[in-house]
Write a protein that binds this ligand. Structure first.
Ligand code: ADP
Length: 209
């Protein structure tokens, strides 16, 4: 099974990915997490991507497509989180999957009112070590069990200026994908303006039907 999580920054894709990849034995491919780890390892790709990411711009398609293609060819059953984010990326994903004789089974579109997203992002705290996501309003921050050392921080792109840039990029470059996948009849709307558990249950209901 191959799944895409589509939705604006802050809609909860990363949080649900942790649950879904473990519950349904999917290989989680988060382009944001891969890029952050490339940046922290100071690789060539990391150095190329860093300034785009920190300012809230999308990283150029050619870099992202190459990065994801390498993973796709090695993994079965993937959960794509943060990819595709442009029509160009979606088309190249289709071509890549066709070559590998694979297909996308579901695209879950995470629907959250725009006004709630900025608040969610500005309250977000992440663990640099394991990518666990928390909110400043959480009572405690407990990482996933395999986290060796919790390092809490606020992502550079969760600061106000970068948040508005990310929202603009999302609206102009990513929202056309809603129509793209809707036409293919594989897109399912998820009301993601609910608690983490309720969103997981809504997705479970679809996966198990
Ligand atoms: P969010 O969904 O909260 O914006 P991500 O961790 O998915 O966070 O992405 C963070 C940043 O990484 C994006 O703002 C962008 O700069 C870069 N990025 C991630 N995925 C892609 C992609 N598919 N195409 C281009 N840039 C990407």
């Amino acid at each position: 099974m191959n799944i895409i999580l589509l939705g604006p920054p802050g809609s909860g894709k990363g949080t649900q990915s942790t649950y879904l990849s473990s519950a349904y034995k999917l290989n989680h491919i988060s382009t944001g997490d891969i890029l952050r780890s490339e940046i922290s390892d100071k690789t060539k790709l990391g150095l190329q991507a860093e300034s785009y990411m920190n300012s809230g711009d999308l990283v150029p398609d050619n870099l992202i497509i190459e990065m994801v293609s390498k993973k796709l060819s090695l993994l079965n059953s993937v959960l794509l989180d943060g990819f595709p984010r442009t029509l160009n990326q979606a088309e190249s994903l289709d071509n890549e999957l066709a070559l590998l004789e694979k297909k996308i089974d579901f695209v879950f579109y995470f629907d959250v009112p725009a006004e709630d997203l900025v608040l969610r992002l500005s309250q977000r705290i992440s663990c640099k070590n394991c990518s666990s996501i928390f909110s400043k309003i959480d009572k405690e921050y407990i990482c996933s069990s395999n986290c060796k050392e919790q390092i809490l921080y606020q992502r550079e792109d969760d600061k106000p200026e970068a948040i508005s840039k990310r929202m603009e990029s999302y609206i102009s470059l990513t929202t056309p994908l809603i129509d793209f996948y809707d036409k293919k009849r594989i897109m399912i709307n998820i009301n993601a303006n609910k608690s983490i558990l309720e969103v997981s249950k809504e997705i479970d209901g679809i996966m198990q039907s």
